[in-house]
Write a protein that binds this ligand. Structure first.
Ligand code: COA
Length: 366
């Protein structure tokens, strides 16, 4: 195969599998427990429900279930999986990658490059980029990659971030672009900051909320500026059927959209319209899940892709504290319209149990 032929290997998302854990709690229930006005969580932050894991359920179970669903839906020969990359910030070991636990559960071994990717909530997107570039470079020799973004986001009890908690996983087989092609050109932006971090040996993250919001907005502004470049912003964004964001909580996304719109010199009404039509609808599943760190953006992308006709385009803004960001663009393939992965969410939502504040306190250990 010539270098040129290798560079045009059709690549993208061939299948998607999603998974939310078996428990959830409404943010109103948490507000009652913390003595807060529920409207702070629902209207102020835009949250609805937090996905929660029972004590015997964690990131390995989340990642494995999403992967099983993605592999089944892909339907390919498992010996064609030449890469397993897991993006997470819920590492179970400082050395052994989460991918080894998942590979064990999936029975994947042999000629597979298996590893974990860490960059806060950006890790899943980096894994997607690495997998696509691996295929497009020709190094994959036609093989497919299994990419998983999985996290359990828990804060210390009483922490202001507690209502934004969540957990979830998205797995994607990166192969032929039957669900969506991923454009090779993307728009990264990074700056070294301490906005959200978790020192080695600690259970919960440390967050500088205002700094994290400012970094996130600055990253969005710079990424969208690069996407639009010298074009008319309205024209450039009108080509997108949906604009997906990493979703720490929906209000944070809205603030970033306003920052981008203000940079383009748009009126508040025009920015509100963009948010209402192209951004807010993509966060329906996020608001029922809460923050799932690396998985959050891809939950939004999975939601946005379902129902799209071939050729419709989506933007995906990834952000990971520390901080690194990247704006990707995707184009719907023939299997986007049917959106088969929606059944994963329907199944998980139908079977999950709502916990009371008292039950929550019990399993959080108070
Ligand atoms: N009714 C309606 N809205 C209310 C309210 C009420 N009774 N009480 C407060 N609010 C609003 C506030 O006005 C504010 O909205 P605004 O920012 O649009 O003005 C919002 O609710 C949050 O209130 P605030 O006082 O800022 O909350 P906080 O100091 O408790 O901070 C977080 C909470 C979640 C914003 C903060 O902890 C945070 O930023 N956390 C982490 C961010 C993150 O996840 N970063 C990760 C990487 S991106």
């Amino acid at each position: 195969m010539s270098a040129h032929a290798a560079a045009v290997t059709p690549t993208g998302i061939a299948s998607i599998g999603l998974h939310f854990p078996p428990l959830a709690m409404s943010v109103e229930e948490l507000a009652q427990l913390r003595g807060e006005d529920p409207k702070k969580y629902t209207l102020g932050l835009g949250c609805k429900e937090m996905s929660l894991c029972p004590p015997d359920y964690g990131v390995v179970e989340l990642a494995t279930k999403a992967a099983q669903r993605a592999i089944r839906r892909w339907g390919g020969d498992r010996t064609r999986l030449g890469m397993l990359a897991v993006g997470t910030e819920t590492a179970v070991d400082m050395s052994r990658p989460l991918s080894a636990w998942v590979a064990d559960r999936l029975g994947l071994r042999g000629a597979v490059r298996s590893y974990e990717v860490k960059h806060a909530c950006y890790g899943g997107t980096l894994a997607v980029k690495q997998a696509t570039e691996w295929r497009m470079s020709g190094a994959a020799q036609g093989k497919a990659a299994l990419v998983i973004a999985a996290d359990v986001a828990l804060y210390e009890q009483g922490d202001p971030g507690e209502p934004t908690q969540g957990a979830g996983a998205v797995a994607m087989v990166i192969d032929e672009p039957n669900v969506a092609a991923i454009d090779s050109m993307s728009y990264p932006w990074s700056e070294p900051e301490f906005d959200f971090w978790r020192p080695v040996g600690t259970s919960y993250p440390l967050v500088d909320g205002p700094l994290s919001l400012e970094c996130y907005k600055r990253a969005a502004e710079n990424c969208f500026k690069a996407l639009v470049a010298k074009r008319n912003p309205e024209e450039a964004l009108s080509e997108l059927a949906a604009i997906c964001f990493h979703v720490p909580f929906p209000k944070m996304v809205k603030k970033a959209v306003f920052r981008v719109g203000e940079f383009f010199g748009w009126s508040p009404e025009k920015i509100e319209e963009l948010f209402r039509d192209k951004v807010n609808p993509t966060m329906v599943w996020n608001s029922l899940c809460g923050n799932a760190y690396t998985a959050s953006l891809w939950i939004s992308v999975a939601n946005a892709l379902k129902g799209l006709a071939i050729g419709q385009r989506v933007a995906a803004f990834s952000y990971g504290s520390g901080f690194g960001a990247e704006l990707l663009t995707l184009e719907a393939g023939p299997m986007a319209l049917a959106g088969a992965w929606e059944e994963d969410i329907e199944e998980d939502l139908a079977s999950r149990q709502q916990v009371t504040a008292a039950e929550y306190e019990t399993f959080r250990g108070t």
